[in-house]
Ligand binder design. Structure first.
Ligand SMILES: [Zn+2]
Length: 239
């Protein structure tokens, strides 16, 4: 039986994608906390229209678990529990953007954040505070910059990978940047970015940078590109 798919309000869809950070709660239960390809689906399909597409009845699932749900091999009750478990972990900061559990940053992350921090300090001449201590559970690196009466909160993620960063990784990061209401996000990798990821980053105002483990300083332009288009930055007020 093919049911007509009722449309989900975009705002609700966003909340579910951001809320789950594109983690499949059933995969998460079995130890996989990576960003997954998947979709937002209804936990219980037989609810009245007014309840069916509310955030409470929606969940982000990977393709495999979605098929299992469609085949009724997963009960709504179990799915609700798994969803609650994932959200609890996210709230408590046990899942990070990079997919690794909270803990020491990888050597690559340390390398990138040291370069970023040094460059930001140089660029903003001391008017910058760097946080790398995990004080914010959702991002491993953030910087508060105060310059000419403007305050900028910049967050960054760094990922050492074997393949180009894809759209899903970028979307998960964009969700966090939005949720934190940071002014600017920078996504750093050692490889490159897929075409759709680059396009999406442009639309979202996210800066992309490639930094190699052997780089001893940032390529010119990384910071200037990053701060060139700051979202929501307050203009300086004349005294
Ligand atoms: Zn899954």
């Amino acid at each position: 039986m093919v049911k007509k798919r009722r449309s989900i309000h975009e705002e609700v869809l966003d909340r579910v994608l951001i809320g789950s950070r594109r983690r499949c709660c059933l995969c998460y239960e079995s130890g996989n906390d990576e960003v997954r390809e998947g979709a937002v689906v209804q936990i219980q399909a037989d609810l009245p229209e007014s309840e069916a597409n509310t955030e409470a009845n929606l969940v982000f699932l990977c393709q495999e678990h979605r098929s299992e749900l469609d085949a009724r091999r997963i009960s709504p009750q179990r799915l609700r529990e798994a969803k609650a478990g994932l959200y609890r972990s996210l709230r408590e900061g046990r899942v990070r953007i990079g997919g690794d559990l909270a803990g020491a940053p990888s050597p690559y992350e340390q390398h990138v954040f040291a370069l970023l921090g040094a460059e930001l300090r140089k660029w903003f001449n001391g008017q910058v505070t760097i946080h790398e201590d995990g004080s914010c559970p959702d991002v491993s690196f953030s910087a508060d910059i105060s310059v000419a009466g403007i305050h900028i909160w910049l967050v960054a993620d760094a990922r050492y990978v074997e393949r180009n960063i894809g759209l899903n990784d970028l979307k998960a990061f964009a969700g966090v940047v939005r949720q934190l209401k940071a002014n600017k996000g920078i996504f750093v990798t050692n490889m490159g970015f897929s075409e759709s990821a680059v396009e999406f980053a442009g639309e979202e105002g996210i800066a992309l940078a490639i930094i190699n483990p052997e780089d001893r300083e940032l390529k010119p332009g990384v910071i200037s590109d990053a701060v060139a288009h700051i979202r929501r930055a307050e203009p300086a007020r004349k005294p």
